[in-house]
Design a protein around this ligand. Structure first.
Ligand code: ATP
Length: 268
């Protein structure tokens, strides 16, 4: 957090075997949980080593954001909830980092908005796919897509282009957290309505998204679920109004300002 002294920054417990050992009052609690979950994901064979690198980058941006959900991110999360509720066929894409960081939370979101979960890996192997599927099932997921991979996103080579025909391929709204820019652009070119969670507002994925969410996935996913539970039962026109009133550009600008200056601009 901003303003802490060097002694608190250096007080991270060196090794923890389980999350419960991380003290909840530690000033970097969320970051320590994140590191622990990614490390456990690598050990369990569900997260690729490159996922650790991606997480390090995210962690730096979150530090500069103040490890908080800024107001425009909350508005983005509400718009995402409304968009998922409006969708005919929403799909939540899960990669190795997402599975390691928010396995229960993403399953709860899928239930709240009646979406499918689809495993989609950059570094795709059958062993990793199976381990991720087992891990998600241990956390409550029942029906998973991504194992058939019987369709292909046009213009994307290798395993990263493989998707399920009755999943991401035919979905109208896709949530793609922690996604690489190429895949986000290719999904956009297919005409999907894309919701992206990414802590870097300058990355291509949030810049391509219809609804970019610059927030830590650990905070973003449960907050989208909470909004979805509040919004359930609202009329289509009301949900559409919420989506229409969200401005992606001003959210990206607010997040970048916050990261660069540490300050939020007053609402105009
Ligand atoms: P691009 O191709 O668009 O430039 P990239 O190369 O940055 O994307 P990756 O490294 O594959 O893409 O994606 C990882 C992204 O996920 C990074 O932008 C990183 O900031 C973000 N990220 C990492 N951890 C988290 C997290 N816990 N919550 C949200 N975003 C995160």
């Amino acid at each position: 957090m901003h303003g802490e002294d060097a002694s608190t920054k250096n007080s991270a417990p060196p090794e923890v075997d389980s999350e419960e050992e991380i003290p909840e009052d530690h000033p970097r609690y969320q970051d320590l949980i994140t590191r622990h979950r990614i490390e456990a994901g690598v050990e369990k064979g569900i997260t690729h080593l490159q996922g650790m690198h991606a997480e390090g980058r995210g962690s730096a941006f979150d530090y500069l954001l103040g490890e908080t959900t800024i107001p425009t991110a909350d508005a983005a999360e509400k718009a995402a909830a409304a968009q998922l509720l409006l969708a005919d066929q929403p799909v939540l894409s899960v990669n190795g980092n997402v599975a390691a960081l928010v396995p229960s939370e993403i399953t709860e979101l899928a239930e709240a908005v009646d979406a499918d979960l689809e495993i989609n890996l950059f570094n795709r192997t059958d062993e990793r796919l199976q381990r991720i599927a087992d891990h998600l099932k241990e956390h409550g997921a029942t029906d998973l897509k991504g194992l058939d991979a019987d369709a292909k996103i046009p213009e994307l080579d290798h395993g990263r282009g493989l998707v399920d025909e009755d999943g991401i391929y035919s979905a109208d709204v896709v949530l793609v957290p922690l996604e690489d820019g190429d895949r986000a652009e290719a999904l956009d070119a297919m005409g999907k309505t894309e919701i992206v969670i990414d802590l870097n507002p300058l990355s291509r994925s949030p810049q391509t998204a219809d609804i970019p969410i610059v927030d830590n996935i650990l905070r973003a996913v449960p907050n989208i679920t909470e909004h979805a539970q509040d919004l359930k039962g609202r009329s289509e026109s009301n949900l559409q109004e919420i989506v229409n009133s969200f401005d992606p550009e001003s959210h990206l600008t607010a997040a970048e300002d916050r990261i660069r200056t540490g300050e939020s601009k007053p609402e105009s």
